[in-house]
Structure formats: structure tokens, C-alpha cells
Design a protein around this ligand. Structure first.
Ligand code: 6PG
Length: 241
């Protein structure tokens, strides 16, 4: 059974998510001296990222021991309006003291294939476990088509079971993406979906309560192997559960 937390609105959802980041960061840094977090793009996490850059949350995290990764990236330069890296930097990372060497972005400015291969090597160097990149926390969003990261319905990356990072052509967007693969995401210690708004209600019902159809609903592929999955949703998104 999934662990579903329902919040009245995006603001309270973001505050709860920020508290979870603080808690998991403190636990990881105490236990292993570092905290690795994978970020999602899109609009939902913006409120969370802005909270993490503000009082009191910014003062409750030991930034010197935080490592930032991404779950996916658009194939654009880091200063492009569509860049997930740019969004996270503008809302959060440029406002806290994480060492630049600990912000591990996917280089969307490269050709998709080489960018994915480069990120795969970066992950394999950072995470020594052979089983997969065991992020302390991986944040995910979900599109109203059921995609997560850049695992879109009907795309080749859904079937990748060896690589941790791949380039994925998304026909409906007529665009390449770089994305973590299902096994990479499922290797995380903690995975938290953040989903809010009426537009997610129908797909959230289908993902959580409907038949297992991962080709149509890629978010159903996310089942951490030995980690914890929590869905953090607002009342509007959960209205059909
Ligand atoms: C991206 C994200 C993507 C996002 C969903 C939900 O690169 O766009 O990683 O997977 O999380 O599209 O986006 P919203 O939060 O904007 O609904």
C-alpha cells in the first residue's frame, strides 16, 4: 500500500516536504557524512525550493555536506528558460552555500547521448553501490499524462533495466530529454512524489488505484527496491482517490 500524505494546499505540502528534506539531510549527514538529493523539474517543486532557500529552512541544513543531482533535464543549456537546472538555481541553489562542486547537473547543452553517458559515469563514481545510485532522497513530480522524471508514456526509456541514465526522445514534445531510468530511481533510499492541483486528480487515481499499465502510466514503475515511497499530494490532486 502506498504511503499517501494529503495536504490542504501547495504551501502546506511544500512546508511538509521541506521538513522532510531537513530531517533526511540530518540523518544522512550524521550517518554517512553527506546527503544526496535528486531534484525534479516542473512547477510543483518551485515552492519547496524557495522554502529551502529561506528562513528558517536554509539555516537548518548543513549545506557543506549536501550533494545535488537531477532526476531529469531538458536538452537545453543551463541558462535556458526550460532548464531544470536554471529553475533550481534561481529559486534555491544560488541562495544557499552549497559548494559548486557538489551541484551535479546533467549537461543538457551536450548531445543527448554523450550527456547521458557522462551523467551515468558521474553517478557510478559518486555511488559506489553496484545495485544503483542510492540517493538519500529523490524528488519526483508527475505529469497529467502519468510521466515522471522524463519517463514519458510509450518511450524507450521505460524499458531500460541496466543503465542508470539515458537519453530519451519524447515524440509528443518533439524533444530529447536526459532522464534517470526506472532502476536508478528505484535504487533510492527515499522517493517522494510531489503532486498538486485538480489537473492531476484523474491520473493520480489511475496511477494509484487503476490497473498496472506502466507503458501508459510510467509513474507506476516507481517502486523502490529497498527504499521508502511517499506520495505528497494536495486535496485537489487527491480528490478522486
Ligand atoms: C520535468 C519534470 C517532470 C515534472 C512533471 C510534473 O522536467 O518537467 O522533471 O517530470 O516533474 O512534468 O510537472 P509539474 O510539477 O509542473 O506538474
Amino acid at each position: 500500500m502506498e504511503n499517501i500524505e494529503i495536504y490542504p494546499d501547495v504551501a502546506s505540502l511544500a512546508r511538509a516536504a521541506a521538513e522532510a528534506v531537513v530531517k533526511l539531510a540530518a540523518e544522512a549527514i550524521t550517518a554517512r557524512g553527506r546527503f544526496s538529493i535528486g531534484l525534479s523539474g516542473g512547477s510543483t517543486p518551485r515552492t519547496l525550493y524557495a522554502l529551502l532557500a529561506s528562513t528558517p529552512f536554509a539555516g537548518r541544513i548543513d549545506w557543506a555536506n549536501v550533494h545535488i543531482f537531477w532526476g531529469d533535464e531538458r536538452c537545453v543549456p543551463p541558462n535556458h528558460p526550460d532548464s531544470n537546472t536554471r529553475m533550481a538555481r534561481e529559486t534555491w541553489l544560488d541562495h544557499v552555500t552549497i559548494p559548486a562542486s557538489q551541484v551535479h547537473r546533467m549537461r543538457g547543452e551536450l548531445d543527448p547521448g554523450p550527456a547521458a553517458e557522462e551523467y551515468e559515469q558521474l553517478l557510478r563514481t559518486f555511488f559506489t553501490q553496484a545495485a544503483g545510485p542510492r540517493f538519500d532522497l529523490l524528488l519526483l513530480g508527475m505529469g497529467d499524462d502519468g510521466h515522471t522524471a522524463s519517463l514519458f508514456p510509450g518511450t524507450p526509456a521505460l524499458h531500460e533495466n541496466i543503465r542508470w541514465t539515458v537519453a530519451n526522445y519524447v515524440e509528443k514534445l518533439k524533444a530529447w530529454r536526459i532522464t534517470l531510468t526506472p532502476p536508478a530511481i528505484n535504487a533510492a533510499a527515499h522517493v517522494r512524489f510531489l503532486a498538486a492541483g485538480e489537473s492531476k486528480a484523474a491520473v493520480l487515481h489511475d496511477v494509484l488505484r487503476g490497473p498496472y499499465l506502466p507503458e501508459k502510466y510510467p509513474s507506476q514503475l516507481i517502486r523502490p527496491t529497498s527504499g521508502h515511497l511517499v506520495w505528497m499530494v494536495d486535496t485537489a490532486a487527491s480528490s478522486l482517490l
